[in-house]
Design a protein around this ligand. Structure first.
Ligand code: BGC
Length: 422
């Protein structure tokens, strides 16, 4: 590994989502799902990181770790627990949270929808019905003016393109795309801050690269995820396999930057109904005691895929790894930042990097996957600053990874004899 330097104005930070950290989001559909579907949610979110109570000291800690940007979301279900009924106390608490973040000179990237929606909205059919979009737009028109002075950039929807993974979800994928388009314009009515939605960028690989059908399967999945969103946001056309195309003028150009979440690559197989391929056994790192999609590091995906997003600035809004052993996180972070720098050297206009995640959290049904730079003991709610957080702090202080840092942090991880790359 070699040293890398980022531009002085490049911004480093971390990302979170309200439902995963706050705890007790009792008016969310997810809260009910957790109770009704124990097999899908082996661990209940409960207090999660208890961020709703502990945020003052957490924000102090985040500041002490040198983070310059904090990506967070607000719970729509807290702010509007019943249709048309707004909880002023919840709003006051979010305002206090934002004031503390801003008071520490940390910029806020705000997500309006990170998968958790009010129970009343889901009972109406949620985003499955296009006419329900008006509820989301009402919420945007309520909340954005209230908090806009604290927010530097907006994410309307988190990873709505995940639904492009499965043909059964193409209907809701289109509805979410429409929600993004109208949501973009609704936010823009109230603020000049840049607006986008995060895209889960996946590097697709054919399970058997020699097999032309596997290669087509990889292209097909790339179409319904990556190419779909690129085309839709650039042109306003929603084009998906097996569906009639649809044009929505509001969609065209509805992004001020590309908000990219990147974790790893995935394989496609033409011999599976859902086209999902198997990861090669020799590429599997079992970093936790259960199968998890992050079993392979593939930083090259950033170099290969980011050049597709040329026309607007890029922000990496999530990138991270779950590991019991924090040394994996140190390596993952170093490799992905080096790959990101390489993508920038090749012309990608990347402005910032937000690591997922600030702290261990409720990973949509389980507390096992530990993504945090800061560790959380979910019993005692004690926070532990991991070595990777200290490594990241040095990266931020130096705007990159110096040779001395490679010596200090990475060389001790292996006792092979290695030489600096010139
Ligand atoms: C989501 C996060 C999640 C992370 C790790 C992302 O797709 O936005 O909420 O915790 O992946 O699985």
């Amino acid at each position: 590994m070699s040293s890398v330097t980022f531009p002085q104005d490049f911004l480093f930070g971390t990302a979170t989502a309200s439902y995963q950290i706050e705890g007790n989001c009792i008016h969310s559909q997810l809260w009910e799902d957790e109770r009704k579907q124990p097999e899908r949610f082996p661990d209940k979110s409960g207090n999660a990181c208890h961020f709703w109570e502990l945020y003052p000291q957490d924000i102090e800690l985040f500041h002490s770790l040198g983070w310059k940007v904090f990506r967070m979301s607000m719970e729509w279900s807290r702010l509007e627990p019943e249709h048309g009924v707004h909880d002023e106390k919840a709003l006051a608490r979010y305002l206090d949270m934002l004031e503390r973040v801003a008071g520490h000179g940390i910029r806020v990237s705000m997500t309006l929808d990170h998968w958790s929606r009010p129970l009343w909205f889901e009972k109406e059919g949620g985003f499955h019905k296009r006419e329900n979009l008006r509820y989301f737009l009402d919420y945007i028109n309520y909340i954005v003016p209230k908090v806009k002075d604290y927010v530097d950039s907006w994410i309307v929807l988190n990873e709505f393109t995940n639904d492009g993974m499965d043909r059964k979800n193409f209907g809701i994928l289109k509805n979410l795309t429409v929600a993004h388009g109208y949501g973009y314009h609704a936010v823009k009515q109230h603020t000049h801050a840049p607006v986008s939605s995060t895209h889960a960028l996946i590097a697709w690989a054919a399970e058997n690269p020699q097999d032309s059908l596997d290669r087509l399967a990889a292209q097909m999945r790339d179409w319904s995820t990556n190419a779909y969103v690129l085309h839709a946001l650039k042109t306003g056309e929603m084009v998906l396999p097996y569906m009639d195309g649809e044009y929505l003028p509001e969609l065209k150009g509805s992004y001020d930057f590309w908000a990219i979440n990147y974790y790893t690559r995935h394989y496609a197989s033409a011999r599976k109904g859902d086209m999902s391929g198997e990861r090669y056994p020799h590429n599997r790192f079992r970093m936790i005691d259960r199968p998890f999609f992050l079993e392979e590091f593939y930083p090259d995906g950033l170099v290969e895929q980011l050049p597709r997003f040329q026309d607007k600035p890029i922000w990496i809004c999530e990138n991270g790894v779950c590991a019991e052993d924090d040394r994996f996180r140190i390596v993952y972070l170093a490799q992905h930042l080096m790959a990101l720098r390489e993508a920038m050297r090749r012309g990608c206009d990347v402005r910032g990097y937000l690591h997922w995640s600030a702290m261990d959290n409720w990973e949509w049904g389980s507390f096992k996957p530990r993504f945090g730079l800061v560790g959380v003991d979910f019993e005692s709610q004690k926070r532990t600053v991991r070595p990777s957080a200290l490594f990241y702090k040095e990266i931020i202080a130096h705007s990159g990874i110096t040779e001395a840092m490679v010596e200090k942090w990475l060389r001790p991880l292996c006792d092979f004899k290695t030489y600096p790359i010139r």
